[in-house]
Ligand binder design. Sequence first.
Ligand code: ADP
Ligand code: ZN
Length: 851
Amino acid sequence: MSERLVSVALPVALDRGFTYAVPASWPSAPEPGARVLVPFANRGLVGVVRAAPPERLNGARIKLLEEVLDPPGAPSLTPELARLCEWVADYYVAPVGEVYRLALPGLLTGHDVRRVMLSEAGAQALTAAREVVLQPVDDAGLPTAAEQRVLAALASAPGGELAVERLIDLRPRIPGVLRLIGDLAAKELCTISWDEAGGEGARVEAHYRRTDYLRGAATAEETLREHIGRSKQRRALLDLLEGAGSWVPAGELRGPFPGYKKLLEPLIAAGLVGVEERLRALDPFAAETIEPSLPQAPTADQAAALATLRGDLAAGKFAASLLHGVTGSGKTEVYLQLIADARARGGGAIVLVPEIALTPQLSDRFRARFGETVAVLHSGLTPRQRLDAWQQIRMGARPIVIGARSAVFAPVPDLKVIVVDEEHDGSFKQEEGVRYSARDVALVRARDASAVALLGSATPALETYESARSGKLRWLRMTTRPTTRPLPDVELVSLAMHRPDPETLLTGRLRTALVETVAAGEQAIVFLNRRGFATTLLCDRCGALHHCPDCSAPAMTYHLGRNRLMCHWCGYIEAPPERCVECGEGELLHGNAGTERIELALAKDVPGARVLRLDRDTSRGKGLLETLAQFRRREADILVGTQMLSKGHDFPGVTLVGILQGDHGLGLPDIRASERTFQLLTQVAGRAGRGDRPGRVLIQAYGIKNPAIAFAAEHDFEAFAAWELDKRRELHNPPFGHLALVRISGPDQVAVQRRAEELAVVIRAAAEEVRRKHAEEPGSAEAPPPLQLLGPKASLIERVNRRVRWQMLIRASSRPPLRWLLRQLRPRLGEAGSGEFKTMANVDVDPQSLI
Ligand code: ADP
Ligand code: ZN
């Protein structure tokens, strides 16, 4: 009989599946999506059986699978999700193991971090079973011989407890030991807990805080450096603790600093950081109860959209629509009523939203309508909470899932609806690791599941808009608001004509408007797309800027609250020098103002104004929610912030929105610079006048005639889109062409450049082959070349974190030749070379940003 082989996705960065053989004694091969334990590099790793045929490896010895960890017929990943993973790995040219890792909670793959404990009942059962051996009786209900061996191993372990990884050592003696502990746990003869995230009912977790500040004096920079060493991570971690000013739970450190325990060790030993077991914080979203809400009688626009969508749902076939509605037109109510319909048909739904932590209001609206059937997936969940949520979703206990991009992989049974809210938002594209677009994956998943896909936006991405115009997506429009509130009036103020105050960046017009608003007891939002106290520190003698030592990026940003210079590219943090490091004499002056400085200046400049600030520095986890809640409770008059403020917040008290520099970002050499600016201005402007009083918006900008700004001021999406699409068509840029960006990086400039040239040779040869084939087709003379290579060249910021970065852009007139080319390129990507000449190459398919 021929050997049965399967391909397994393992959580390692190599771009391939790994082939294993099914032991001859197993009646059948494990099904795709099932988790398996396999030997890998002298240890046991948990991986997933792929929904793809195994690679035949010539000559290599094929190892045997050790165990299947999922019960037969119930693989962890459904076949539907396993297929989706294969599509993502192929389309985005992403390592298959990393893709499967996106789809499963971290605790289910990789190393088994669980611990097993003998229970009281287990100990009794073991004793009873031993007595039976001496005096045989009816043994119904007693543990089997194999189970007894597991119980005995536990009983002889210290404390009656073993790490699952140690149990694996028993496999030669007790085959199937991992399945056995599952059975034993089900009979309550043992309990299983997750080591890392604390036991099942664990109420406490380690908390950390910076302690030297408690004693009054900050530790001198030299002493700090001694304990920090060269680790940027350690410095950043210490700064985070300092910034928090209070106890920070381990759960919050684990995400940003996976190695936080090791990083903290020397700091704790040096007395800079204290550690204490404290009560575990509750999931901030699950804590409060919410007033239930009832469906609202739909407006004519809403009713028309719903009628179409309900028809799609009833047909039970894949259908995709763009819900194109002005801000406040009631798109969310459409989602809610559509999902209610899907529920009535016994189906489930996924709602993807940008950065869920920023918009608790939105998930609250779903919980108010659907109560306990909603699972909210957000980045603040601990690994254990994430697993809990995943299991509840998988069981069907929570058929409605709301989350950021990775929720597109949520194991919702009988999926009938996928909504992508604010579908144009850049956060749906993951920019590292697996570079996928959750919006596009959502469409693929919906097609495979015969579900209804709904993309909602007031300012659709031009790709989506063009698909709607050309009929690939159904175009549902909502042009009116259910309330009588009109869209706010927008006034443009030319910064070229009206000089802004250097401290506040306010022109006279905007200052007057702010003063009036605050005097009238109303609220205002002031928006600046730049965080930090000042973007630069500038020498008053020689004019030198203070740069990051590891990057060629523009100067570092000064953060006043923490008195630190920070590189926003690589995370490097340092205390500001006393004098200019270039000339050694000059004093350092503050350059362009950032949000932090505006906050202080406004508080001084606008009489009686209470000012709050919201940006990535002020808003870790609960701090963010608290700031938003404070502003909504009207405990402040002005909120200063970055683009975080553009996301769907609803502040009824806000009647004025001021944008300090509308054209910031327009100058970037990026094909989406205009589109981003238009979207941002439209969204921010949409924050004004959501209460009973009409709102107004003031946009300060140098280029007030630029269409991205002028059309945003007129709320005219279609005019903007027509103008921008003309430009895109001319250059064969998306949506009229398709892009893939190849990035090459490494510590050595020459090695990086050489690798880029080598890849370019491969790409040019493939492009030439496609061109020759293409030239034989009729009508090809006028058409653009099927594949074009632009570059290679150094990236805009050539050095980041001591790595040199090069890039080249592949532009294709249609998808098939691009996908063919990428498959040719695939085996040549990844790491190459060694030591300091090591280089990394990867591809970003449908890149959002070319910088
Ligand atoms: P969008 O998601 O398009 O920005 P929302 O769904 O947030 O719009 O709706 C804006 C406001 O209008 C909300 O306060 C919502 O409660 C209200 N609203 C939506 N639909 C209706 C309706 N049919 N009747 C009355 N009010 C509605
Ligand atoms: Zn840097």
